[in-house]
Design a protein around this ligand. Structure first.
Ligand code: ZN
Length: 260
C-alpha cells in the first residue's frame, strides 16, 4: 500500500515536470519542447565558450604600475634603436617576436620597481657607455606571483642586448643569492607567456636572458658593436625548462630558426 502511494506520487511529480517542460508554449502553431530549447541553449553556450577560449586570451590578473614614459625616455629609446640596433624609426614601438624571461637580481619588489622607474640609467658604467637609456621591462612578477605591468606591450624597453627591438620582457623579483624564484612566479610566468602567445601570433621565441647570445650572428640579432656583450645567468636552464614543459612546442623555440 505504501509503495503503491509512492509510485503514484513519483508518477504525479514526473507528469508535472513533463507538463511544465512540454507545455503551453507554441511558436507559429508548433509546440516547443522546452527541454530541447534548454539543451540547445546549453550547447550554443558551450560552443561559444570553446570558440572564444581559442580566439581570445584567457583572463589573467595584471596590476598596472607604470614606470616613467616621458619625452626623455622616448628620445633615448629612439637613439638606442638608431645607434645600437641600427633602426631609424619614428616611434619607439615594437612588434613582439620574442619573450625574454629574467630575474631582477634585486631581492624586493620595491627595489626592483625603483630600478626601472627613471628614464635615465643611474650608474652601471658598461651599460651607460652604450646608452644613457635606463633599463626597462614590460612585466615585473613579485615573489608571491603577482604580475605588474610597467610598460605597454608595444613600447620599447631596454632589457636584452641585440633583441630589444622585438622582445617583450618579463622580470621576476629574485636573485641567485638567497632569493630564488618561487613556484608562484613560475606559475604566473607560464600563464603570462601563454596569454602573450595568444595575443601576439608573431611571437615564435621564448628564451631566458642567459640564452640571448645564442642569437648573435643571426638575422634577428641587431647590435652595431659586435663586442658589446654582458654575461647573464638569469633565470637559468632549470627555470626555463620548467616553463617550456607547459608551452606549445610547435609554436615556440629557444634557438634561432629561419621560420620559427
Ligand atoms: Zn636579465
Amino acid at each position: 500500500m505504501v509503495s503503491d502511494n509512492k509510485f503514484q506520487l513519483v508518477t504525479t511529480i514526473r507528469s508535472k515536470v513533463t507538463d511544465s517542460l512540454i507545455g503551453n508554449d507554441y511558436l507559429g502553431g508548433k509546440q516547443v519542447d522546452k527541454m530541447d530549447t534548454i539543451r540547445s541553449k546549453w550547447l550554443l553556450a558551450t560552443f561559444a565558450i570553446i570558440w572564444m577560449s581559442g580566439c581570445y586570451p584567457a583572463h589573467i590578473p595584471i596590476v598596472q604600475k607604470p614606470i616613467t614614459w616621458d619625452s626623455t625616455r622616448v628620445q633615448l629609446s629612439l637613439q638606442y634603436l638608431r645607434e645600437r640596433h641600427g633602426l631609424d624609426v619614428d616611434s619607439p614601438l615594437i612588434d613582439p617576436l620574442m619573450v625574454v624571461v629574467h630575474w631582477t637580481a634585486i631581492p624586493s619588489f620595491e627595489g626592483s620597481f625603483r630600478a626601472f622607474y627613471p628614464s635615465i640609467l643611474p650608474g652601471r658604467p658598461l651599460l651607460q657607455s652604450a646608452s644613457a637609456l635606463n633599463v626597462g621591462i614590460h612585466f615585473l612578477v613579485d615573489q608571491d606571483g603577482t604580475v605588474y605591468q610597467l610598460l605597454p606591450e608595444d613600447h620599447f624597453a631596454r632589457h636584452v642586448i641585440g633583441l630589444n627591438y622585438c622582445a617583450l620582457g618579463i622580470e621576476n623579483v629574485g636573485d641567485n643569492d638567497g632569493h630564488p624564484l618561487t613556484n608562484a612566479q613560475l606559475k604566473s610566468d607560464i600563464r603570462l607567456i601563454k596569454y602573450l602567445l595568444k595575443k601576439y601570433p608573431g611571437i615564435g621565441y621564448v628564451i631566458g636572458h642567459h640564452e640571448y647570445r645564442e642569437f648573435a650572428g643571426t638575422p634577428l640579432y641587431k647590435e652595431t658593436n659586435p663586442d658589446y656583450f654582458t654575461e647573464k645567468i638569469d633565470p637559468g636552464d632549470a627555470y626555463m625548462e620548467a616553463i617550456y614543459r607547459h608551452l606549445p612546442r610547435n609554436r615556440v623555440t629557444r634557438r634561432y630558426h629561419p621560420n620559427p
